[in-house]
Design a binder for this molecule. Sequence first.
Ligand code: NAD
Ligand code: DAU
Length: 333
Amino acid sequence: MRLVVTGGAGFIGANFVRFMLRRYDDLEVVNLDKLTYAGNLENLRDIEDDPRYTFVKGDICDTVVVRAALEGADAVVNFAAETHVDRSISGPQDFISTDVLGTHTLLEAVRELGIARYVQISTDEVYGSTETGAFTEESDLAPSSPYSASKAGADLLVLAYHRTFGTPVLITRSSNNYGPYQYPEKIIPLFITNAIDEQALPVYGDGLNVRDWLHVDDNCAGIDAVLREGALGEVYNIGGGNEVENLSLTRQILELLGKSPELIRFVTDRPGHDRRYAIDCGKLRELGWSPETPFETGLARTVSWYRDNPDWWRKIKSGEWREYYAQQYAELG
Ligand code: NAD
Ligand code: DAU
């Protein structure tokens, strides 16, 4: 099987490429990635010489590049996206270009080339926030941020291509992922690395917003199940079943590192900050999938990974990240 993964140099994409090459011998993986600030070939250092793996630098908005990369593929999994909510608030343009128009470029190529399966990696954020219960795949879309609105727009295009042209699509909507190789702008790697350096941990608002944490390996297993066994035209939620308030998460990270709670700083809330995400994953469980990583174990392993791999994140934190951090967290002084 020849699988094209887009955005494979990012956090989940790199973990997925590694996961699939480990799980299947007879697999060829092409990774098409633009290498934005979030793309990092260091994330794939251990498999870059694997003869079954090829890297192509390119933009999913570029019709010619996309066509060439997808030629001869049996399946495509699209991870490529602008992904950070705060950046979508300070500058939404790239989100609309990559997340919406890039998805459209891929759909056109899949249609023209007659590729058998296309999996769109989406997010639970497309459902918006809920104080009670959990969203199913049938729930209405009510995105809050330019990021989640772009992802929702892409989802609607993907489903419309299925209805109109019969394009063989599937969608996964996962909750918040955590694990190794996550860019230190997202809360878990940012707070772990700040805490290691005795820097402040900036908690937005009252810190009582809730996220459902999913270990990236459990997400990879869910995506693989959907890729192999999902029904065409269907959406599958993938959640970890680990609802945690941000403040509690922050305290757990500090405890694992033996650092003082005095590092916590409450800062101005994110505009349009969703209070709680929760999804029902019954549909994917029917395909035999369930998350295997208990949150306490997964978080402890993740903290150890960042503690053991300072070269990986220190390099990032000495580049573009510094400018972003100074602007985003100006009130920390
Ligand atoms: P990431 O920001 O770590 O990586 C994104 C990757 O996409 C990078 O390698 C980047 O270079 C690449 N990319 C960006 N624009 C591109 C373009 N125009 N053409 C080609 N490549 C491009 O993202 P992530 O956290 O790994 O998320 C991957 C996917 O999963 C995204 O679609 C995201 O919306 C979705 N998702 C993420 C989470 C999460 O918790 N991280 C949860 C649910 C869904
Ligand atoms: O739910 C899935 C989504 O999870 C993905 O689609 C997104 O790509 C991914 O970025 C993530 O979005 P969130 O906005 O939930 O993740 P983030 O790590 O940015 O924030 C998690 C929570 O922590 C959120 O309530 C905001 C809060 N937060 C975040 C940062 C970066 C803080 O309190 N302080 C911070 O500095």
